[in-house]
Design a protein around this ligand. Structure first.
Ligand code: XMP
Ligand code: MG
Length: 180
């Protein structure tokens, strides 16, 4: 375990087991369709890479990058598009893949945007759900794990751009973020 991690919340094995289930679920639901799977950068990158390889029907993949917390651990509520999609969503069956839903502000914005652009259907799949953090009503269609209201890192999730490369989800030692 990394020195800055207080506790491993979800092990690599547990993550991969859940990802296989999610992949099977998507395969069943979208058999014969060609959904557009949108990964929200940068946090959803490992989830996107792993889950899409567990889907055995055709999928198109694309990415969006929206502004996140930066160095702060509290959401500003402001959402800015840093990188937009390459694809048009009109008439498409869209699946948004997220690393974590906390306040719900980011996804709320994205959902409204993609609906406005004419998606035929829209499903939200998040690896982690932190329901205690919600500021807007937003319920994912599928959530891998519910996490407590603590700042978690690893498997795509960062603190000041660090720890994204950890293969598990962990809770950071408070002295790590209090000292910055
Ligand atoms: P909201 O609050 O808009 O959050 O639902 C969306 C984005 O905020 C980041 N986020 C976190 N990142 N540990 C992190 O490393 C956390 O506990 C955490 N909570 C929210 C994340 O990028 C998410 O997509
Ligand atoms: Mg994110």
């Amino acid at each position: 375990m990394h020195d800055d991690i207080q506790e491993i919340l979800i092990s690599e094995e547990k993550l991969q087991e859940k990802i296989r289930d999610i992949g099977e679920h998507v395969t069943q639901k979208y058999e014969g369709k060609f959904p557009l799977v949108i990964g929200v950068l940068k946090g959803a990158l490992p989830f996107m890479a792993d889950v899409t390889r567990q889907i055995s029907t055709h999928v198109e993949i694309d990415f969006m990058d929206v502004s996140s917390y930066g160095k702060s651990t509290v959401s500003s509520g402001e959402v800015k598009i840093i990188k937009d999609l390459d694809t048009t969503v009109e008439g498409r069956d869209v699946i948004i893949l997220e690393d974590i839903i906390d306040s719900g502000l980011t996804l709320n914005y994205l959902v409204n945007l993609l609906k406005h652009r004419g998606a035929n259907s829209l499903k939200i799949i998040t690896l982690l759900d932190k329901p205690e953090g919600r500021k807007v009503e937003l319920v994912p269609d599928l959530a891998g794990f519910t996490v407590p209201d603590e700042f978690v890192v690893g498997y795509g999730l960062d603190f000041a751009e660090k720890y994204r490369n950890l293969p598990y989800i962990g809770i950071l030692k408070p002295e790590v973020y209090k000292g910055s």
